[in-house]
Design a protein around this ligand. Structure first.
Ligand SMILES: Nc1ncnc2c1ncn2[C@@H]1O[C@H](COP(=O)(O)OP(=O)(O)O)[C@@H](O)[C@H]1O
Ligand SMILES: [Mg+2]
Length: 352
């Protein structure tokens, strides 16, 4: 479902902004620092979570504005809105068709996937970053995922707190929290396993068209009696100040399929190609499974591809829903036939 109208209010460098994109490619070009990534970040906040920068909400309100910000988007048949109020700049509010609702409900309307320069380090980075990336892939397929993740984490936080009590924790209460972690954790882990399996299958069936193909698997935790494990780990977890085992320790293992080598040991260029191939394959999977392609946000991706791969990318994305692209120069979009092009400069985005 494409965004047909996007308005920003005191978001980042924009006092006010209105963009009316078309259903296919949306090309944003402008100098460094013009505010292109800020626009993609606003679109990424139409899904649950912290957006494509993973930034605190308090940073998003325009720095010389009143505090708080607003983002509104019109899609076919639904109006989505999100933002913060000046009085509570750390609390995200969401409205669907004008009615206040839970942040996680956004996932039922829209799937959003993105690729940003900051993700170049994903394979060499921490398991936590890869897990968050994986959870976004899961969420695009299964809108309920954010809810279970939140319930699991809430139970885990409560257990950590209880274990830290100086006079010892009430075992019944601990048991109840562990049962909650086990229940929601099983749903989480199963959803991740389903996504990894389906995506790996899709990757193996994707023709090799210049975007290196990944082989993916889960590590760090496999399904078992989580409540039993947690009960047995109480002493150890109390000493560590956290739960040492569970689905919150899972990691996404990525291997370069043709070379049989871990992605973390591939060259920077190969890693970019692997990630791009992964996101494209996932977008196609989401389109098949949900009957609508996800919104794709590709930040500075064109600049890092040689002209041949750039052409291959545009061809592969043609007709696959709304794809937002950024670049410093409009020439990097050459080869895209039909696109809505915008020149981003000094707090505006003018149709070009
Ligand atoms: N909360 C904020 N208030 C005002 N300006 C901001 C805020 N956050 C970021 N900016 C400004 O936004 C600009 C960066 O925008 P960005 O979208 O990253 O640029 P680019 O076009 O290079 O992607 C910087 O000049 C930065 O100072
Ligand atoms: Mg940028």
């Amino acid at each position: 479902m494409p965004v047909t109208r996007l308005t920003l209010h005191n978001f980042r460098n924009y006092p006010e902004l209105l963009i009316e994109p078309g259903p296919g490619f949306v090309c944003l070009y402008g100098e460094n620092g013009a505010g292109k990534t800020n626009i993609l970040e606003a679109v990424s906040l139409l899904a649950p979570g912290r957006g494509l920068r993973g930034a605190p909400l308090g940073e998003m309100g325009r720095s010389d504005g009143p505090g708080g910000f607003g983002i509104a988007a019109r899609l076919d048949g639904v109006d989505l809105g999100t933002g913060t109020l000046p009085a509570a700049p750390e609390r995200r509010q969401v409205r669907i068709n004008g009615a206040p609702t839970a942040v996680n409900s956004l996932a039922e309307w829209l799937s959003v996937l993105w690729l940003t320069p900051a993700m170049d380090r994903l394979f060499a980075g921490t398991a936590g970053e890869r897990r968050r990336f994986l959870d976004r892939l899961v969420l695009a397929l299964e809108p309920g995922h954010a809810h279970y993740a939140a319930r699991y984490e809430a139970a885990m936080r409560a257990r950590n707190k209880l274990l830290a009590e100086p006079d010892g924790a009430d075992p019944d209460w601990l048991g109840a929290l562990e049962a909650g972690m086990a229940e929601h954790g099983a749903v989480l882990a199963q959803a991740r396993a389903r996504t990894v399996e389906a995506l790996d299958e899709r990757l193996s069936a994707t023709p090799d068209d210049g975007f290196a193909r990944a082989e993916i698997a889960l590590a760090g935790w496999s399904e078992c009696d989580l409540a039993g494990v947690l009960r047995a780990n109480r002493g150890r977890d109390a000493a560590a100040g956290r739960a040492t085992e569970g689905p919150h320790r899972q990691d996404l293992l990525v291997t370069h399929r043709a070379k049989g080598q871990p992605a973390s040991r591939s060259s920077t260029g190969e890693q970019k190609a692997l990630l791009l191939g992964l996101v494209l394959a996932h977008a196609e999977l989401v389109a098949d499974r949900r009957g609508a392609p996800p919104l794709l946000l590709l930040d500075e991706v064109a600049a890092h591809l040689d002209p041949g791969r750039r052409a291959a990318l545009f061809m592969r994305l043609e007709g696959r829903g709304q794809v937002w692209l950024t670049a410093t120069e409009p020439a990097l979009f050459d080869g895209i036939g039909d696109a809505a092009r915008f020149h981003v400069a000094s707090g505006t985005a003018e149709p070009a």
